[in-house]
Design a protein around this ligand. Structure first.
Ligand SMILES: NC(=O)c1ccc[n+]([C@@H]2O[C@H](COP(=O)([O-])OP(=O)(O)OC[C@H]3O[C@@H](n4cnc5c(N)ncnc54)[C@H](O)[C@@H]3O)[C@@H](O)[C@H]2O)c1
Length: 262
């Protein structure tokens, strides 16, 4: 189950958080992994961790908002590993600001990374994958499924865009017979650098004790009564990357401890 032996994967924003766990899960499943990110030191550390575990990975510095960098990263991945079969469009940024204080610059920054980055990656990966087939996994969020509180309107806009872009790209690839599946993943609040911003804000708004003292309001964010971990999301991504999900395209995989079931 969930094997990706012989496949080549590219994970953006793979230096830390969900991206790093995903890179490790894919390498553990047998893929060779190109990790890209703005953070070089953390990216190199993730590569070293994969190599220590017996896997194969490499790192490239990459800003997902740049089309020329995308072209270069995909060309270098194909040159180094001999192809591209899995793309995880994971790099993302979060903005927490009341709508009335959100500037056009803020809005465009969130859109450039979270939405345009996903568009550019999908566009250029299709060219590299259409001979062999592939799986593209786009990180959306519960904020792309339901409205978000706590000043997340720009973030919601970007993640809602990722959701429908994913479905349209999936249909186009299917119609063209490319053998490329495109799916989105929708995490709840996950304990990472990004997730901690939401967690801290929730504590500030709702009050309560520290996380391990039994009365922490963040435990109530999800009906399952705990925060998500990066590994929870990485496992779902690995499934979508593998041939075990071969009849899934344009779908949205929700990993949210029941958040959107209410
Ligand atoms: N943590 C959560 O609660 C949560 C919930 C839902 C969705 N997500 C989504 O999951 C993805 C990963 O989030 P995370 O929690 O691991 O966040 P994170 O902040 O820990 O990691 C994001 C990574 O993306 C990189 N990045 C940011 N801008 C970039 C750019 N322009 N080019 C290349 N890399 C860039 C960062 O350097 C970082 O390493 C994001 O798309 C995020 O929106 C996270």
């Amino acid at each position: 189950m969930n094997r990706v032996d012989g496949k080549v994967a590219l994970v953006t924003g793979g230096a830390r958080g969900i991206g790093a766990e995903t890179a490790k899960a894919l390498a553990g499943g047998g893929a060779r992994v190109m990790i890209t990110d703005l953070l070089e030191t953390e990216g190199a550390a993730t590569v070293a961790e994969i190599e220590r575990a017996g896997g194969e990975a490499a790192f490239l510095k990459h800003d997902v908002t740049s089309e020329s960098e995308w072209q270069d990263v995909i060309a270098q991945t194909v040159e180094r590993f001999g192809g591209l079969h899995i793309l995880v469009n994971n790099a993302g940024v979060y903005l927490t600001k009341p709508l009335e204080e959100t500037t056009l610059e803020d809005w465009r920054w969130v859109s450039a990374v979270n939405l345009e980055g996903v568009f550019l990656g999908t566009k250029h990966a299709i060219g590299a994958m259409k001979g062999s087939g592939g799986s593209i996994i786009n990180l959306s969020s519960v904020a792309g499924l339901v409205g978000a509180t706590l000043g997340s309107s720009a973030y919601s806009m970007s993640k809602g865009g990722v959701r429908l872009f994913t479905k349209s790209a999936a249909l186009e690839c299917a119609q063209l017979g490319y053998g490329i599946r495109v799916n989105s993943v929708h995490p709840g609040v996950i304990e990472t650098d990004m997730g901690n911003v939401v967690i801290d804000k929730t504590r500030a708004v709702l009050g309560g004790a520290g996380h391990n003292q039994g009365s922490d309001p963040v435990d109530k964010i999800h009906p399952l009564g705990r925060l998500g971990q990066a590994g929870d999301v990485a496992k779902a991504i690995l499934f979508l990357a593998s041939d075990d999900s071969s009849f899934m395209t344009g779908s949205e995989v929700v990993v949210d401890g029941g958040y959107t079931a209410r």
